[in-house]
Design a protein around this ligand. Structure first.
Ligand SMILES: O=c1ccn([C@@H]2O[C@H](COP(=O)(O)O)[C@@H](O)[C@H]2O)c(=O)[nH]1
Length: 539
């Protein structure tokens, strides 16, 4: 059995002393005066190195019962001249000899593969750290040498949303067409993928381990929103290093609540000046450890409340498939999204992103399956209650065609298909209706989602004017949430009530919740957010 991996060491130490605290070792020159000795006659750098060493030893010896890791920042040693790195190595040796804590070298490296190999060797063989911090901006090949091959039991935290104000300049930049994903969320997603990639390239050398992650994220405690988005994107198993508590003003409680996973773990909270500048660093470390633990208790209590609720729903195989391929196509995403209504939703659905042949094929089948599973659109003889599928312009046109075709392909039901134009044509066949004749026919209206219900109401009126009888509406997703906190009905319920026709969806919010309950790919934190949203806004 080889040495346990970096993240296993963190977990083990965390469990054994019940702490998530990491003490930062940043010997700022301005803090070294009390550690300078009068009898030191050597040059200034060497006197400062001796003082920096004493500074670190003082911190380590007073705080180690309360912390799981030490994070020396290489900058403060590199700036002490040629003996700086040797001083850092002596500090690392001291930690290994005198404590059971893990060494995380804050070096923030990032370079092409061959150079990254040299940096990795310097950190792991020269300085003998167990883990490092890295910049991910040069991509996977700049990270790979730190966590694969002979360093497969090492670990790295990659910069995701750093704690400084400038992190908004680049890391928070939206990078998707619809402005919904920021660069840091993309990094959080990549962290999970790269971690798995590293394990597939070099499986954990420790056969006793159940493939712990290789990579974690750096997300500042100064930005709880980023912490919760990064947690949602990376999942529950990825560790988050959250600097910024203390001198940078991060709110410990808010950061923990946003970044902890549902087990109340998965965060490493480093504090440097907040401890080194305290009157009694040992006492301050203890106070911080207890503050973090109080937040962990709150997270666990909240989780218990959510998982013991009575909101289970049934989910049919076609609904599960639909949710899965919607996630694959990015049509459905979990995260944090501000809706037009001003609500912050833990999920977002954009049917416009069904944009490939395979996705559209599966979409048509899912609509058809939901129609055939509905008591309201199929009579007791197994016959559908409509003659024509109608697709309102524009989005409904293609959806209606897909549904009509899937009903025929999967169930042998050959209904008519019609759609409208937005503007009347004064030549050719003229008018605004195209396709099968709808007069005196029973009509199923197909659309993607119902937000306010305006499009469906307009179609309903148009169909009535043409002597057709709308008998139902088929949609992809029913958000099943109250229109406002004073209005107990959802948009879908209001349409069904006002137009007196059934609205059938492929899935609704309860199925999303059920899917998450049974999914191994999404953490309890995503389920918790969806459950909380449902209990606040759901109908
Ligand atoms: O986003 C980041 C990444 C790294 N750091 C480093 O952590 C410590 C924080 O020191 P404090 O005294 O606790 O503020 C320091 O070494 C930074 O370089 C960070 O602050 N933010």
């Amino acid at each position: 059995m080889t040495h346990p991996s970096f993240f296993t060491l963190l977990s083990n130490r965390s469990q054994s002393i019940n702490s998530l605290l990491c003490v930062g070792l940043d010997p700022h020159k301005s803090e070294l005066a009390p550690f300078l000795t009068n009898n030191d006659t050597t040059d200034e750098d060497s006197a400062l190195c001796t003082a920096a060493y004493s500074f670190c030893i003082h911190l380590i010896s007073t705080t180690h019962p309360h912390c799981i890791a030490y994070k020396p920042n290489a900058a403060f040693f590199e700036c002490l001249g040629h003996q700086g790195l040797a001083t850092l190595k002596r500090v690392v040796d001291y930690i290994h000899q005198e404590t059971a804590c893990v060494v995380l070298l804050d070096v923030k490296r990032g370079d092409i593969g061959s150079t990254a190999e040299a940096y990795a060797m310097a950190c792991y063989e020269g300085l003998e750290g167990e883990g490092v911090t890295l910049s991910p901006l040069m991509g996977w090949d700049s990270v790979e040498p730190f966590v694969t091959g002979k360093y497969a039991n090492k670990g790295a935290f990659i910069l995701c949303k750093t704690s400084n104000p400038g992190s908004n300049d680049l890391l928070a930049t939206p990078i998707s067409d619809n402005n919904q994903i920021s660069l840091y969320e993309k990094i959080a997603t990549l962290c999970k993928e790269w971690s798995q990639k590293a394990a597939s390239i070099t499986p954990s050398p420790n056969t006793q381990e159940n493939e712990p992650p290789r990579l974690g994220l750096v997300v500042g405690a100064t930005d709880p929103t980023a912490l919760s988005k990064a947690r949602a994107a990376a999942g529950p198993n990825i560790w988050i290093l959250a600097p910024g508590v203390g001198a940078q003003g991060g709110d410990l409680d808010a950061a923990c609540m946003a970044g902890l996973n549902d087990e109340g773990t998965g965060m490493l909270i480093p504090v440097s000046r907040g401890i080194s500048r305290a009157k009694d660093p040992g006492l301050e470390a203890k106070r911080l450890k207890e503050g973090i633990n109080a937040a962990r208790e709150k997270v666990l209590a909240k989780r218990k409340a959510v998982t013991s609720d009575d909101t289970s729903a049934s989910i049919a195989p076609y609904q599960k498939d639909f949710i899965e391929f919607s996630l694959e196509e990015n049509v459905l995403r979990f995260g944090s999204f501000v809706l037009k209504s001003g609500r912050t939703s833990p999920y977002f659905f954009n049917a416009g992103l069904f944009s490939s042949g395979s996705a559209l094929f599966k979409l048509g089948k899912a609509y058809a399956a939901s129609i055939m599973a509905s008591d309201e659109l199929v009579d007791t003889n197994g016959k559908v209650t409509f003659d024509i599928v109608f697709g309102p312009a524009y989005k409904g046109i293609s959806l209606g065609a897909l549904v009509c075709s899937a009903l025929y392909a999967d169930y042998g039901i050959d209904s008519g298909f019609a759609y409208n134009r937005k503007e009347a044509k004064d030549h050719g066949e003229g008018g605004i209706l195209v396709g099968a004749s709808i007069a005196n026919k029973r009509i199923l209206i197909v659309d993607d989602v119902i937000t306010a219900g305006t499009a469906i109401r307009e179609s309903f009126d148009l169909l009535k004017e043409c002597n057709a009888t709308p008998v139902g509406v088929s949609i992809a997703l029913d958000r099943a949430e109250k229109r406002s906190l004073d209005d107990p009905l959802s948009a879908v319920q209001a349409v069904a009530r006002d137009l007196e026709i059934p609205v059938v969806s492929i899935v609704a919010l309860p199925q999303l919740q059920e899917f998450l309950r049974n999914s191994a790919n999404y953490g309890d934190d995503v389920l918790r957010q969806v459950s909380e949203y449902r209990s606040q806004y759901g109908v």
